[in-house]
Design a protein around this ligand. Sequence first.
Ligand code: HEC
Length: 444
Amino acid sequence: MIVFAPALLVALVSCRGQDTDSAVVDVDAPTYWDDIAPVYRDNCVSCHQGGSLAPLALDSYAAASEWAQASAAAVAARTMPPWGVEGVSASGGEALAEGVTAPGSCDNEYTNDLWLTDEEITTIEAWVAAGTPEGTPQDITQPEAPGLAEGLDLTTPEFLPSPVGGGYGDSDEYRCFLVDPGLTEDAWLTGYEVYPGNAAIVHHVIGMPIDPERAGAGGQSNAALIAELDGADGRDGWPCYAEAGGSIQIEGEYVSWAPGQGVVSFPEGSGLEMSTGDLFAIQIHYNLSADQGETDTTTVRLNLEDSVERPGQILLMDGWDVNSIAAGDAAATVDWQLGRNSIASYTGFDNVVIEGVLPHMHEYGVQQVMEIGSSDEKSCVTGVRRWDFEWQRIYFYEEPISLASGEAVWVTCTYDLSAAESNVSWGWGTQEEMCLMGLFVTGG
Ligand code: HEC
């Protein structure tokens, strides 16, 4: 994402406006120490501190006031903190894309929520409007970025990415690498963390177990498909954009990571099965707009346990059933549904409990909603209103959803194709689309 030019512009324009008001001192205005520092401590500083991944610090009065205008704009637009699903807010329920009927409110609560309340946003705006008053300094303990002390480390080779060119690849490369976890016994993945070797260029990481024996599309085994691709252009790994690329069948998107995300822990007592013999594909999106000619080697640390109480599965579901969506349509939609019984038979679970979701579209996607219920009565449980391909992650519900018999999951995706040169169909490429919802399901 290119963020700095607009952010600086906002800062300059608003500073000018501020001068005219500077004689007025608003005694009721929020101050940094009373009102802003606690919100930033809880919602911003784990990413925005000296030496961390985000490019600016927000851990002191000086830093916070320097970035005040940009921060107010970013929180009002809800681009910061990066949290893609609608939390609980007073203004829930409006459609983002014009012409699309929005379901009722999609507000929901998720674990590790980074969602700001409407009041917190108003407070930040009021603080900035008042000229960022400091108030009386207080002791505040800033959080450290959390970390996984140990685990099974899977490391990609030292790699020199270079832009692939064309469309979305002008300053980017998406590359998959095959690593072998070397498991001698089946294990359960209960959490993970990603350590980018070169934080300046690693923009997202996706990790997927692959059963080498399983047939990919076209009937060839995954092992044979990968053997054809891996290193074919004389460099490590192979090009991939969605999942492991090509026609390789993955077991699930187990790891999905964006900068600053920290440790991801599956809900207490649950985990994902890793089978002996499975390999692991690690997809890295390198963004090279600022730095080229630098190498990277990234480590994915897996927290594995021998057993879990509630085995989970990630189902990557996409019921896309149209040939294509039309170029020029600013609010094209695709929708599909999946019944509870189908989920029960895919997973083998008697009870179907959805504990988390992993929304996924490509670059034309703008909005994705998931409803639960019957055709007569549905309620929205997850709403993505500001889809951002760069901030893909898994969201765990504070209250997992039990599907009753007769109920289904209904997913609607909206795309903005106003700039598309031709119609867009389903596929793995950057110019193709998906309406995929990953479901983290357990048997309760
Ligand atoms: C999960 C990590 C994370 C958290 C939490 C987070 N940020 Fe950010 N922020 C980033 C990253 C990374 C960038 C760099 C731009 C990008 O890649 O999206 C960024 C960019 C920004 C920018 C500059 C770009 C812009 O949008 O104007 C501002 C301002 C900002 N963040 C403010 C905040 C504030 C205020 C909070 C808390 C209320 C916050 N951020 C919470 C990771 C985070």
